[in-house]
Design a protein around this ligand. Structure first.
Ligand code: ZN
Ligand code: ZN
Length: 232
């Protein structure tokens, strides 16, 4: 409803008429192989574990994302979160479905919202994305997780602080299915999805794969990708 009342402008370049124009959609920095098999970080060649995830306990089997979390993507995710632009969830789901193979016989679920933030915003991008993806892939989607306490906001915390902060943030709402695809909007340190996956495994799930719209990418790979997309 609100969508109809707001002037339509591209969240990235400001062009009128649409929330995300064709040119900006085309230029979003796709994440492409080779990747770290486990955490989905772009790497120089395929590896089982990369510098980013080596030695870390990750409760998910693998994580994959469609686009690099750069400035353009940050604006899109921001608009999606603050204004609940529904159509962007479908665009994001289309990009994820383009980038990832069909996950097979899984139940799709999502990282649950922080109750305080849900009230504040009224939108929950992870759930929107999960439902849109499940629709595309014709898979069941169910809320399988809840927040178990008031974890502090992640913004501004160091990686180590983030991991500590979220490690006990979730619990399963009931016995989960054996195979789960866990959806979130952005993968930053992996701590949030790992904690959520850990809660599902503690409740009996056997294998959790993670899919996100965007992923923070550190290091020289990002520079290479940005050079590729220099316009004209
Ligand atoms: Zn644009
Ligand atoms: Zn890795």
């Amino acid at each position: 409803m609100l969508d109809l009342l707001l002037p339509r402008r591209c969240l990235v370049c400001g062009a009128g008429g649409t929330q995300l124009c064709d040119g900006c959609l085309e230029r979003l920095p796709r994440i492409e192989p080779p990747l770290c098999e486990r955490c989905g970080s772009p790497t120089a060649w395929p590896v089982a574990r990369c510098r980013e995830c080596a030695g870390r306990r990750l409760a998910f089997a693998s994580a994959r994302a469609a686009v690099v979390y750069d400035e353009a993507v940050r604006r899109i995710v921001g608009g999606w979160k603050e204004r609940g632009l529904r159509r962007l969830a479908d665009e994001a789901a289309a990009l994820v479905a383009e980038a990832l193979p069909h996950p097979g016989d899984v139940t799709v679920t999502f990282v649950p919202p922080d109750p305080a933030r849900r009230l504040e915003r009224g939108h929950h991008p992870a759930e929107r994305l999960a439902r849109a993806l499940a629709g595309r892939w014709r898979l069941p989607c169910a809320p399988l997780l809840e927040r178990s306490g008031s974890s502090r906001r992640q913004r501004g915390l160091s990686l180590a602080e983030r991991r500590r902060n979220v490690s006990r943030a979730f619990r399963a709402t009931g016995p989960p299915p054996r195979r789960v695809l866990l959806v979130d909007d952005v993968y930053t340190s992996g701590a949030t999805v790992s904690a959520a996956a850990s809660a599902l495994r503690a409740a009996g799930a056997r294998r959790i794969e993670v899919a996100t719209f965007a992923r923070a990418v550190r290091g020289p790979v990002l520079v290479l990708q940005q050079r590729d997309r220099t316009p004209i």
